[in-house]
Ligand binder design. Structure first.
Ligand code: UDP
Length: 331
């Protein structure tokens, strides 16, 4: 039996595929390559180019392969873009999962692990967020993911498709060997942008707002290493394969870093000056998002290996230095 990774050519998906291959799983990948990179996909995985909204295509893959569990990353994930173009997010993310669940149901596949997000909590009620806290998104990206969670819930009740929703906080870093890493066009995420400045590819970092209700006025986020995140998916897959019920888990480090603190940590990790200036707020950003992720540690026995933000940034810096043009140079 195989594991099907949708979105396996993307940032998180490609690290997932690498970890699964390292654990001797038989891996099938689907990606439409809109934001993903073919070169990021481990050569031992069987690759199918296609879209999660294409039912006929999904049926073909399910019929050709023998899929035990689906791990679903294929989604858009940029908060400011979702504010400008919400329907793009509801179509691809929410619409996509409907088609995927229909295809799973028709082809008798009954386990799915999927990427949810801290953005489903909106402006959180508590300083550290628990899975049981109210989910009230303040941007369409978070809303599209919350709708996916709700759709999964009803698909479980009706069709017995068991799911694990993994609510990621901020994902960062790259594979230890520097073979794959984060490469978005355009890049919008904080750590890769900071490192582009460190590498001399951008003049300066723009800090989006310093008047938030946080200690230094800049947004606070909880950063988790991409390999630790991938490992949590493997544990979630095993949890479902052991016959457990559907569930949701936060994945974070439980420690918050402000934008200014990330900048300072990156200066230390790279030894570069990294110029920065304060800019206007970006729409859709909550003040603080920090996870309580005890549940994943207790139930899934998740033990993240990276607990130092400098080490996380160093893995991303290693990737940036080894691949100054991302995956483009390999085209
Ligand atoms: N951010 C910033 N400058 C940038 C990119 C991001 O100040 O060039 C801030 C952003 O406002 C947010 C934090 O960095 O508070 C993390 O943003 P990112 O886009 O990496 O992840 P998100 O939290 O949106 O998932």
């Amino acid at each position: 039996m195989s594991v099907l990774v949708l979105g396996g050519a993307g940032y998180i998906g490609s690290h997932m595929v690498k970890r699964l291959v390292e654990q001797n799983e038989d891996v099938v990948v689907i990606d439409n390559l809109v934001t993903g990179h073919r070169q990021a996909v481990d050569k031992q995985a069987r690759f199918y180019k296609g879209d999660v909204r294409d039912r006929a295509f999904l049926d073909q893959v399910f019929q050709k392969e023998s899929i035990d569990t689906v791990i679903h990353f294929a989604a858009f994930s940029i908060v400011p873009e979702s504010m400008k173009d919400p329907l793009k997010y509801f179509d691809n993310n929410t619409g996509g999962v409907i088609t995927l669940l229909e295809a799973m149901h028709a082809n008798h596949v009954s386990r799915i692990v999927f990427s949810s997000t801290a953005a489903t909590y909106g402006n959180p009620e508590h300083a550290t967020i628990k899975e049981t806290d109210i989910q009230a998104p303040i941007n369409p990206y978070g809303e599209s993911k919350l709708m996916m969670e709700k759709i999964m819930h009803w698909a479980d009740i009706a069709y017995g498709i068991k799911f694990v929703a993994l609510r990621y906080f901020n994902v960062a870093g790259a594979a230890d060997d520097g073979s794959i890493g984060e490469d978005h066009h355009p890049e919008t995420h904080l750590i890769p942008i900071v490192l582009q400045v460190a590498a001399g590819k951008r003049a300066e970092l723009q800090i989006y707002g310093d008047d938030y209700a946080t200690a230094d006025g800049t947004n606070v986020r909880d950063y988790v290493h991409v390999t630790d995140l991938a490992d949590a998916h493997i544990l979630a897959m095993k949890y479902l394969q052991a016959g457990n019920n559907s569930n949701a888990f936060n994945l974070g480090s439980s420690t918050g870093f402000s934008v200014k603190q990330i900048l300072e940590a990156a200066r230390q990790a790279t030894g570069k000056k990294i110029p920065a200036k304060i800019a206007a707020r970006r729409p859709g950003d909550p003040d603080t998002l920090v996870a309580k992720s005890d549940k994943a540690r207790e139930v899934l026995k998740w033990q993240p290996k990276y607990d130092d933000i400098h080490e996380i940034i160093k893995t991303a810096w290693n990737w940036t230095q080894k691949h100054p043009n991302g995956f483009e140079e390999e085209n």
